[in-house]
Design a protein around this ligand. Structure first.
Ligand code: PEP
Length: 259
Protein backbone atom coordinates (compact mmCIF):
# COMPACT_ATOMS: atom_id res chain seq x y z
CA UNK A 1 0.00 0.00 0.00
CA UNK A 2 1.26 3.46 -0.90
CA UNK A 3 1.91 5.69 2.12
CA UNK A 4 2.67 9.07 0.60
CA UNK A 5 0.61 11.30 -1.74
CA UNK A 6 2.59 12.68 -4.71
CA UNK A 7 5.42 15.08 -3.86
CA UNK A 8 6.34 17.16 -6.89
CA UNK A 9 9.35 19.46 -6.71
CA UNK A 10 10.61 21.76 -9.46
CA UNK A 11 14.30 22.63 -9.53
CA UNK A 12 14.65 25.78 -11.60
CA UNK A 13 18.46 25.59 -11.51
CA UNK A 14 20.13 28.78 -12.86
CA UNK A 15 17.00 30.00 -14.64
CA UNK A 16 14.39 32.71 -14.19
CA UNK A 17 14.62 36.46 -13.84
CA UNK A 18 12.42 37.99 -11.15
CA UNK A 19 9.70 38.73 -13.67
CA UNK A 20 9.80 35.16 -14.99
CA UNK A 21 9.80 33.77 -11.47
CA UNK A 22 6.74 35.84 -10.53
CA UNK A 23 4.76 34.53 -13.49
CA UNK A 24 5.79 30.92 -12.90
CA UNK A 25 5.11 30.83 -9.17
CA UNK A 26 1.80 32.69 -9.56
CA UNK A 27 0.52 30.10 -12.04
CA UNK A 28 1.58 27.22 -9.79
CA UNK A 29 -0.01 28.81 -6.70
CA UNK A 30 -3.22 29.29 -8.68
CA UNK A 31 -3.30 25.62 -9.69
CA UNK A 32 -2.34 24.20 -6.29
CA UNK A 33 -5.83 23.89 -4.70
CA UNK A 34 -6.92 21.68 -7.63
CA UNK A 35 -3.93 19.37 -7.13
CA UNK A 36 -4.56 18.42 -3.51
CA UNK A 37 -3.35 16.18 -1.83
CA UNK A 38 -0.18 16.45 -3.97
CA UNK A 39 2.60 18.43 -2.29
CA UNK A 40 4.14 21.01 -4.62
CA UNK A 41 7.55 22.53 -3.96
CA UNK A 42 9.30 25.10 -6.12
CA UNK A 43 13.05 25.59 -5.95
CA UNK A 44 13.98 28.89 -7.61
CA UNK A 45 17.44 30.49 -7.76
CA UNK A 46 18.42 32.38 -4.58
CA UNK A 47 17.62 35.76 -6.16
CA UNK A 48 13.93 34.84 -6.54
CA UNK A 49 13.38 33.11 -3.18
CA UNK A 50 11.90 36.06 -1.26
CA UNK A 51 9.56 36.96 -4.08
CA UNK A 52 8.49 33.33 -4.55
CA UNK A 53 7.88 32.99 -0.80
CA UNK A 54 5.73 36.13 -0.76
CA UNK A 55 3.65 34.95 -3.69
CA UNK A 56 3.25 31.46 -2.20
CA UNK A 57 2.21 32.76 1.23
CA UNK A 58 -1.10 31.33 2.36
CA UNK A 59 -0.95 28.58 -0.30
CA UNK A 60 0.12 24.96 0.04
CA UNK A 61 3.12 25.49 -2.26
CA UNK A 62 6.44 25.01 -0.47
CA UNK A 63 9.63 26.89 -1.34
CA UNK A 64 13.12 25.45 -1.34
CA UNK A 65 16.68 26.58 -1.98
CA UNK A 66 19.02 24.73 -4.35
CA UNK A 67 21.94 24.46 -1.92
CA UNK A 68 23.22 25.58 1.48
CA UNK A 69 26.56 25.82 3.21
CA UNK A 70 26.94 24.01 6.54
CA UNK A 71 28.08 26.99 8.64
CA UNK A 72 25.44 29.40 9.94
CA UNK A 73 27.36 32.57 9.03
CA UNK A 74 30.87 33.90 8.50
CA UNK A 75 33.52 34.67 5.92
CA UNK A 76 32.34 32.27 3.24
CA UNK A 77 31.96 34.47 0.17
CA UNK A 78 29.31 33.27 -2.23
CA UNK A 79 27.66 30.86 0.16
CA UNK A 80 24.15 30.84 1.67
CA UNK A 81 23.33 29.38 5.09
CA UNK A 82 20.34 27.44 6.39
CA UNK A 83 19.16 30.34 8.60
CA UNK A 84 19.28 32.59 5.50
CA UNK A 85 17.07 30.19 3.56
CA UNK A 86 14.65 30.06 6.49
CA UNK A 87 14.65 33.83 6.61
CA UNK A 88 13.81 33.93 2.89
CA UNK A 89 10.74 31.76 3.54
CA UNK A 90 12.09 28.33 2.60
CA UNK A 91 11.00 25.03 4.11
CA UNK A 92 13.32 22.86 1.98
CA UNK A 93 16.83 22.78 0.59
CA UNK A 94 18.20 20.54 -2.12
CA UNK A 95 21.46 18.99 -0.94
CA UNK A 96 23.99 17.02 -2.98
CA UNK A 97 22.47 17.59 -6.42
CA UNK A 98 24.63 15.78 -8.97
CA UNK A 99 25.47 19.10 -10.66
CA UNK A 100 26.89 20.32 -7.34
CA UNK A 101 28.82 17.07 -6.92
CA UNK A 102 30.07 17.10 -10.54
CA UNK A 103 30.92 20.78 -11.08
CA UNK A 104 31.49 22.11 -7.55
CA UNK A 105 33.28 19.25 -5.86
CA UNK A 106 30.61 18.26 -3.32
CA UNK A 107 31.42 15.12 -1.39
CA UNK A 108 29.32 12.71 0.65
CA UNK A 109 30.82 14.03 3.88
CA UNK A 110 29.97 17.61 2.86
CA UNK A 111 26.45 16.45 2.05
CA UNK A 112 26.23 14.99 5.56
CA UNK A 113 27.29 18.31 7.13
CA UNK A 114 24.78 20.22 5.00
CA UNK A 115 21.95 17.86 5.99
CA UNK A 116 22.80 18.46 9.65
CA UNK A 117 22.77 22.23 9.13
CA UNK A 118 19.40 22.07 7.38
CA UNK A 119 17.86 19.94 10.13
CA UNK A 120 19.32 22.15 12.86
CA UNK A 121 17.44 25.10 11.40
CA UNK A 122 14.15 23.43 10.60
CA UNK A 123 14.64 22.95 6.86
CA UNK A 124 13.74 19.65 5.22
CA UNK A 125 16.67 18.48 3.10
CA UNK A 126 15.96 17.04 -0.35
CA UNK A 127 19.02 14.81 -0.64
CA UNK A 128 20.05 13.69 -4.12
CA UNK A 129 21.82 10.44 -4.94
CA UNK A 130 22.55 8.86 -8.31
CA UNK A 131 25.08 7.02 -10.42
CA UNK A 132 26.97 8.06 -13.55
CA UNK A 133 26.58 6.27 -16.87
CA UNK A 134 29.99 4.60 -16.41
CA UNK A 135 28.97 3.31 -12.99
CA UNK A 136 25.69 1.95 -14.38
CA UNK A 137 27.44 0.25 -17.31
CA UNK A 138 30.00 -1.27 -14.95
CA UNK A 139 27.21 -2.74 -12.78
CA UNK A 140 28.11 -0.41 -9.90
CA UNK A 141 24.79 1.44 -9.52
CA UNK A 142 23.66 -0.10 -6.25
CA UNK A 143 27.15 0.13 -4.71
CA UNK A 144 27.32 3.82 -5.58
CA UNK A 145 23.88 4.56 -4.10
CA UNK A 146 24.73 2.55 -0.98
CA UNK A 147 27.89 4.62 -0.38
CA UNK A 148 25.99 7.88 -0.90
CA UNK A 149 23.32 6.77 1.59
CA UNK A 150 25.79 5.39 4.15
CA UNK A 151 27.99 8.49 4.13
CA UNK A 152 25.43 11.17 3.41
CA UNK A 153 22.97 9.98 6.04
CA UNK A 154 25.62 9.01 8.58
CA UNK A 155 24.27 9.17 12.16
CA UNK A 156 20.83 10.37 11.12
CA UNK A 157 18.14 9.31 13.57
CA UNK A 158 14.65 7.99 12.92
CA UNK A 159 13.30 11.42 13.77
CA UNK A 160 15.69 13.03 11.25
CA UNK A 161 14.51 10.59 8.58
CA UNK A 162 10.96 11.83 9.12
CA UNK A 163 12.12 15.20 7.77
CA UNK A 164 14.49 14.10 5.01
CA UNK A 165 13.29 13.67 1.43
CA UNK A 166 15.49 11.54 -0.85
CA UNK A 167 15.77 11.92 -4.61
CA UNK A 168 17.20 9.22 -6.85
CA UNK A 169 18.57 11.00 -9.91
CA UNK A 170 20.68 8.94 -12.30
CA UNK A 171 23.20 11.42 -13.69
CA UNK A 172 22.83 10.06 -17.22
CA UNK A 173 19.13 10.98 -17.15
CA UNK A 174 19.45 14.57 -15.89
CA UNK A 175 18.83 17.15 -18.58
CA UNK A 176 19.50 14.58 -21.30
CA UNK A 177 15.96 13.69 -22.30
CA UNK A 178 16.91 10.09 -21.48
CA UNK A 179 14.63 8.98 -18.64
CA UNK A 180 15.22 5.82 -16.61
CA UNK A 181 12.53 3.28 -17.44
CA UNK A 182 10.00 2.78 -14.65
CA UNK A 183 11.66 -0.61 -14.01
CA UNK A 184 15.18 0.85 -13.78
CA UNK A 185 13.99 3.60 -11.42
CA UNK A 186 11.95 1.24 -9.26
CA UNK A 187 14.87 -1.15 -8.86
CA UNK A 188 16.93 1.60 -7.22
CA UNK A 189 14.00 3.02 -5.26
CA UNK A 190 13.22 -0.41 -3.85
CA UNK A 191 16.88 -0.80 -2.88
CA UNK A 192 16.83 2.57 -1.11
CA UNK A 193 13.64 1.65 0.76
CA UNK A 194 15.17 -1.68 1.82
CA UNK A 195 18.36 0.01 2.97
CA UNK A 196 16.31 2.47 5.05
CA UNK A 197 14.30 -0.41 6.47
CA UNK A 198 17.49 -2.17 7.59
CA UNK A 199 18.77 1.02 9.21
CA UNK A 200 15.62 2.54 10.67
CA UNK A 201 12.96 -0.17 10.55
CA UNK A 202 9.32 0.37 9.74
CA UNK A 203 7.20 2.45 9.74
CA UNK A 204 10.02 5.05 9.37
CA UNK A 205 11.32 3.54 6.10
CA UNK A 206 7.85 3.19 4.60
CA UNK A 207 7.10 6.89 5.04
CA UNK A 208 10.36 8.40 3.75
CA UNK A 209 9.54 10.25 0.55
CA UNK A 210 11.74 8.99 -2.28
CA UNK A 211 11.57 11.06 -5.47
CA UNK A 212 12.75 10.18 -8.95
CA UNK A 213 14.52 12.82 -11.04
CA UNK A 214 15.93 12.72 -14.56
CA UNK A 215 14.04 14.07 -17.59
CA UNK A 216 10.63 13.68 -15.95
CA UNK A 217 7.86 15.12 -18.11
CA UNK A 218 4.08 14.81 -18.37
CA UNK A 219 4.43 11.89 -20.81
CA UNK A 220 6.40 9.66 -18.42
CA UNK A 221 5.17 10.79 -14.99
CA UNK A 222 2.17 8.46 -14.81
CA UNK A 223 4.12 5.26 -15.56
CA UNK A 224 6.92 6.20 -13.17
CA UNK A 225 4.51 7.05 -10.36
CA UNK A 226 2.77 3.70 -10.84
CA UNK A 227 5.89 2.10 -9.35
CA UNK A 228 5.42 1.24 -5.71
CA UNK A 229 8.44 3.02 -4.26
CA UNK A 230 8.32 6.21 -6.32
CA UNK A 231 6.64 8.92 -4.23
CA UNK A 232 7.01 11.80 -6.64
CA UNK A 233 9.47 13.74 -8.74
CA UNK A 234 12.28 16.25 -8.74
CA UNK A 235 11.84 17.86 -12.16
CA UNK A 236 14.33 20.26 -13.73
CA UNK A 237 13.61 21.33 -17.31
CA UNK A 238 9.92 20.47 -17.17
CA UNK A 239 9.43 22.65 -14.08
CA UNK A 240 10.31 25.83 -15.96
CA UNK A 241 6.89 25.91 -17.58
CA UNK A 242 3.92 26.04 -15.24
CA UNK A 243 1.83 23.96 -17.65
CA UNK A 244 4.20 21.00 -17.76
CA UNK A 245 4.97 21.14 -14.02
CA UNK A 246 1.25 21.14 -13.21
CA UNK A 247 0.63 18.34 -15.72
CA UNK A 248 3.32 16.20 -14.06
CA UNK A 249 1.48 16.64 -10.75
CA UNK A 250 -1.81 15.72 -12.45
CA UNK A 251 -0.32 12.56 -13.96
CA UNK A 252 1.07 11.48 -10.59
CA UNK A 253 -2.28 12.21 -8.96
CA UNK A 254 -4.07 10.16 -11.61
CA UNK A 255 -1.84 7.17 -10.80
CA UNK A 256 -2.25 7.81 -7.05
CA UNK A 257 -6.03 7.95 -7.22
CA UNK A 258 -6.23 4.67 -9.14
CA UNK A 259 -4.73 2.82 -6.20
C1 PEP B 1 17.12 18.03 -11.82
O1 PEP B 1 17.39 19.21 -11.99
O2 PEP B 1 17.25 17.54 -10.71
C2 PEP B 1 16.63 17.26 -12.97
C3 PEP B 1 16.24 16.04 -12.77
O3 PEP B 1 16.62 17.88 -14.21
P1 PEP B 1 15.83 17.38 -15.53
O4 PEP B 1 14.41 17.10 -15.12
O5 PEP B 1 15.93 18.53 -16.48
O6 PEP B 1 16.51 16.15 -16.03
Amino acid sequence: MRRNPPFIAGNWKMHATLAEARTLISEIVKAAPGLSPARLVVIPPFTALCEASKLAQGSSVGIGGQNIYWEDKGAFTGEISAPMLKDAGCSYSVIGHSERRQFFGETDSGVNRKIRAALRHGLSPIVCVGESLEEREAGKTIARIKTQLDEGLREMTREDMGRIVLAYEPIWAIGTGRTATPGQAEEVHAFIRKDLEEKYGNPTAAYVIILYGGSVKPANAYALFKEKNIDGFLAGGASLEAGSFIQIAKEALRAYEEE
